[in-house]
Design a protein around this ligand. Structure first.
Ligand SMILES: [Zn+2]
Length: 91
């Protein structure tokens, strides 16, 4: 599925780690890899995204490796089996 970056540029590394902890809190899966479709790196950051087609006003947390997190500017194709967690926040 395609997700769109919400405001990754404005998040500090500390805050991305906070969002990754949030994601882990709400998922009890052992899955610990970056959500990008073909990536096998470990998760390091939680990134805030929207799903424009399904729910454009809800923010979700997606776990990504540092490389994908830092290079994620607009859109990213994530694995369909990756879990994404809605936040309490909305745009
Ligand atoms: Zn990655």
């Amino acid at each position: 599925m395609i997700v769109t970056n919400a405001f990754n540029q404005n998040l500090t590394d500390e805050s991305k780690q906070h969002w990754l902890s949030y994601w882990k809190h709400f998922t009890d899966e052992p899955y610990s890899y970056c959500a990008e479709q073909n990536c096998t790196q470990q998760q390091q950051h939680g990134v805030l995204v929207t799903q424009p087609k399904l729910s454009p006003h809800t923010l979700f947390v997606v776990p990504l490796c540092e490389g994908h997190s830092n290079s994620f500017v607009s859109q990213l194709e994530i694995d369909d089996s990756a879990r994404i967690v809605p936040t309490e926040l909305s745009l």
